[in-house]
Design a protein. Structure first.
Length: 331
């Protein structure tokens, strides 16, 4: 009887051990996720605190004895009206009108969107609807290799190939002069950089559309093109728009490629064939220069960084709202 009892309890003991092991793994995963969330929150709060302390209101100015200019934040010395209303950006002359930097950033982002978004969506449609599994397994990793190329390489690619071998011959035919550094080449390379993001996220959204919707379209006599354009893309609209907004945020925050390809001309210029000065390029050039660590010019980095942070934050919030507002749910 004792041997039978022990044999009967063995499966129960094994089951308890497996459940305890599974519970331990679940608790470990939950703890790791909570730790990642706490680290993300801590990092975000730290970034916001540094930007706010250096650009909006310096906490150290409350405890400084003389409260000199070195203890004041950027916007305690430069008014918001001058910062957002002036078109003159000349830190050496203490003129801080961010509009030229903002216009250069938005111009490059707009050009990048014209290049990257259509190509990314078309590539996603091809991979999700037309490509065979073998072709998809080859094309998608190859396309995503673009995301692994250093951004500074894209900058040199714009300087040494796109501008001299593409833009200058094309616009030279109509008598237009293209600068060595220009916004158009910078926008083109940034557009190439966001293609993998748009393609990957859009393709995932399209492949998540139930196959029953496609089969219903084919049953009504629709062609593959009609099903792709009129069924799949509308059903995956929220994911596609979210990929667009994330690509916008990536284009706005791009640094090295824009610094090399677009130039450093802080003037309000809407001609894409000439050089412009983006917000990220200014931050890189000033940080690598000889600006006083406690001077107003150095603190302007945090003011520009705060603008970039707000712009990308708005993009992220809008993308989350779009996904919740237009997400399609299927049973």
């Amino acid at each position: 009887m004792s041997e039978r009892g022990n044999n009967a309890r063995l499966p129960v003991d094994d089951l308890l051990i497996r459940r305890s092991g599974q519970r331990f793994r679940e608790q470990t995963i939950r703890f790791a996720l909570q730790l990642c969330a706490l680290l993300s929150i801590f990092t975000t709060v730290g970034i916001v605190f540094i930007l706010f302390n250096e650009s909006v209101f310096s906490i150290s100015s409350l405890f400084a004895a003389d409260r000199g200019e070195e203890s004041l934040a950027f916007f305690q010395q430069v008014s918001l009206g001058e910062f957002f209303g002036s078109t003159d950006w000349s830190p050496r002359a203490e003129k801080y009108g961010v509009i030229p930097l903002l216009s250069g950033t938005l111009m490059i982002t707009f050009i990048a969107a014209l290049v990257g978004l259509p190509i990314g969506v078309l590539a996603a449609v091809y991979l999700a609807e037309y490509a065979s599994p073998r072709t998809r397994s080859i094309v998608k990793p190859t396309l995503e290799l673009l995301a692994g190329i250093p951004t500074i390489v894209f900058g040199f690619f714009a300087l040494r190939f796109i501008t001299p071998y593409l833009l200058k011959p094309i616009f030279g035919l109509v008598g237009l002069e293209v600068g060595f550094q220009n916004a158009l080449s910078a926008g083109i390379v940034v557009g190439l950089m966001i293609i993998p993001m748009v393609c990957s996220l859009s393709e995932d959204a399209m492949r998540s559309v139930p196959r029953t919707l496609r089969e219903a379209g084919y049953a009504l006599g629709s062609t593959k093109y009609d099903v792709s354009v009129k069924v799949v893309i509308p059903a995956a609209f929220s994911g596609i728009i979210a990929s667009f907004l994330l690509a916008f945020a990536r284009a706005i925050g791009e640094t090295m490629a824009v610094t090399l390809a677009a130039g450093k001309q802080p003037v309000l210029n809407l001609n894409p064939l000439e050089g412009v000065y983006s917000m990220t390029a200014y931050m890189v050039s000033t940080q690598s220069g000889e600006a006083d660590a406690y001077g107003l010019q150095n603190k302007s980095l945090y003011a520009v960084g705060l603008c970039l942070f707000v712009m990308t934050l708005v993009m992220s919030v809008v993308s989350q709202w779009v996904m919740k507002r237009y997400r399609e749910t299927y049973q």
